[in-house]
Ligand binder design. Sequence first.
Ligand SMILES: *[C@@H]1O[C@H](CO)[C@@H](O)[C@H](O)[C@H]1NC(C)=O
Length: 178
Amino acid sequence: MRFAFFSLIVALVVSAVPVKRNAATVETDIANINTQVNNLNTAINTFAASPTLVNGLAIHTGAAPLESAVNTATSDTNASAAFTEAEGQTILTAIQSLATNVISTLSNLDGQHAKFAALPLAGSVQLVELDLQTLSSDTTAFENALIAKAPADLVPQANQVVSAISAAFSTAIATYAS
Ligand SMILES: *[C@@H]1O[C@H](CO)[C@@H](O)[C@H](O)[C@H]1NC(C)=O
């Protein structure tokens, strides 16, 4: 009984210690986000070629793992120490390449509005708009977390990436808001 009680205390103390995250974790998270963006883009291409309800809903379904990858990246970044200059550079380069992928995926989705509007499910266009809004606000939270850990000299370049991504989200959200 005493042993069990002791084990319980140890378990409680261990679970209270926050898991350490670092720049390497964040780099892995960025690679995971990139994979999910690619999966979503593949789903968009499938829908573009064959605009069925099932293929349209697959885009909505594919947004969920992307959101969760972005949210994991945000909490890992929050739990990381400030990035060194070298880490910050590596992460900035990874984010620049991710941004290119995100922007082309958003532009691909932006081009599918007429096909969503033609689906035999009321609210299909609004569903895409809601997914875009959620992804946009998750992305902003991740960007803010990254900038909070970035070396000061890299912040201007990081802000350029943020502006480019925001512009692409605004364009796609405006398309699906109408
Ligand atoms: C990350 O930190 C920011 C600023 O403290 C906080 O607002 C946000 O909720 C945190 N997000 C996650 C997912 O931990």
